[in-house]
Design a protein around this ligand. Structure first.
Ligand code: UDP
Length: 410
């Protein structure tokens, strides 16, 4: 059997004061029509990244509203994850496709995992491309199958997508973050559902300013001087080097400013380390640039503290699936300056709930504007928080899933 993931208990009732009574009532009503249905989520990993972040909340809430919901992770070894990393990058636009051998590796591991998949599910939701082929291998194990895509498919490597599409065809529904990510040929089966954050998780729960200050101090931040921060994996598409360049422009005008680049590292991701090292080199020993990763014990609480305490939060991505880090920072009512890519413009209305930027200079100017005018920062932060409250919290995501289950006559 695939490895089940143990999740904490969560209660929908706890979300009522944040999400509103109307939303909670609607969820309960929809859930009552689906009581006892057997729902399985399958993903590649239980740790790190947006998918596990979402499932850690969604799965216990599905259980709380009366579904029999489980989350299982697939088995894979290095050769498989090397192949799926190439696939992931290619689907997001990298010109490098999988070699023939890597495609075979991908199929072989999907066969192994399919043979281990338990039976008798009302719906099986397969997350992302890694396990996508399972559907065509054991169609009888679930009455309905949904493929949930978390990546940016707007400009995929066409060869990679063409090889993947036949494995997606048998799914009764495919779900994307944005309309632009829906590949052609999915008509009638595709649904657009943006992801969401859990306002009660340690990463997003309300902190007192004193607690945030205390934690930031532990990492050497001078809490009496302005702080810019980006929380992200060390990855070229998150552009940490561009963030440093923007910070330098800001620093010319505001010598007090500090920068924190916070990014967790997977120990099995050599590419991540290469990019981290490139970022360290680019920082060139500047004592006001703080490069932190999970090996410095930066976990959810610390990410929360950095986002809560920053005077400006940056997300200078040049490519972005959705950008949960943007949602998380905005939820803390912080002013955000972010790349105008992927799911970011869905979250930020430029000039109202943050600033959308497309280059280093632009990013620096907007950050300076905010740093020079705290009232502007406050206003952007407040508007952003309200937008997240209405659209990007987990109860809304749960509601959308229940609606989809009903449509699929689960
Ligand atoms: N994240 C984290 N620590 C880090 C970097 C990222 O906990 O050092 C989390 C982040 O808070 C967010 C998720 O990982 O919840 C990243 O999701 P996002 O959509 O921003 O980007 P992805 O990494 O999936 O491309």
């Amino acid at each position: 059997m695939l490895q089940p993931v143990g999740v904490a208990q969560k209660h929908l009732a706890d979300y009522q004061s944040i999400a509103g009574r109307k939303m909670i009532d609607e969820i309960r009503e929809r859930a009552s029509r689906l009581e006892g249905k057997r729902i399985l989520h399958v993903s590649a990993t239980a740790f790190g990244g947006g998918v596990s972040e979402i499932l850690n909340t969604l799965v216990p809430l599905m259980v709380d509203v009366g579904l029999q919901c489980e989350w299982h992770v697939i088995y894979g070894r290095e050769e498989f994850f090397n192949a799926t990393k190439v696939m992931h990058n290619a689907l997001q636009g990298s010109p490098q496709d999988l070699s023939e051998e890597q495609w075979q590796t991908w199929v072989r591991y999907n066969e192994i995992n399919a043979s281990q998949l338990s039976e008798d599910w009302d719906v099986c939701i397969i997350h992302d491309p890694q396990p996508a082929a399972i559907r065509s291998m054991v169609p009888q194990n679930a009455r309905r199958w949904v493929w949930r895509c978390h990546i940016d498919l707007s400009t995929p490597n066409p060869f990679t997508l063409e090889r993947l599409v036949p494995y997606l065809e048998p799914y009764e529904a495919v779900v994307f973050h944005l309309d632009e990510y829906v590949p052609s040929g999915m008509d009638g089966r595709s649904h657009t559902v943006p992801p969401a954050i859990d306002p009660l998780a340690p990463k997003n729960m309300a902190f007192s300013p004193e607690d945030a200050v205390y934690i930031c101090q532990q990492f050497g931040i001078d809490v009496d001087r302005p702080l810019m921060c980006q929380v992200s994996r060390f990855d070229p598409w998150k552009d940490p080097l561009g963030v440093i360049d923007a910070y330098r422009i800001v620093k010319d005008q505001m010598p007090d400013v500090q920068l924190a680049l916070v990014g967790s590292m997977a120990t099995d991701d050599p590419e991540g380390w290469d990019y981290f090292n490139a970022t360290v080199a680019h920082a060139d020993g500047d004592p006001d640039i703080h490069l932190l990763n999970n090996l410095n014990n930066v976990g959810a609480i610390e990410v929360n503290a950095f986002q809560s305490h920053s005077d400006v939060v940056i997300q200078k991505s040049t490519r972005e699936g959705f950008g949960l880090t943007v949602t998380e920072a905005i939820w803390k009512a912080r002013p955000m300056v972010a790349g105008d890519v992927g799911g970011i413009p869905l979250q930020i209305t430029d000039g109202q709930s943050g600033f959308l930027v497309s280059g280093v200079e632009d990013c620096a100017q907007r950050a300076l504007e905010i740093l020079a005018d705290p009232a502007l920062g406050k206003q952007l932060g407040r508007a952003g928080k309200e937008a997240v409250r209405q659209r990007f919290l987990t109860p809304r995501l749960l509601r959308d899933w229940l609606e989809l289950f009903e449509r699929l006559e689960v």
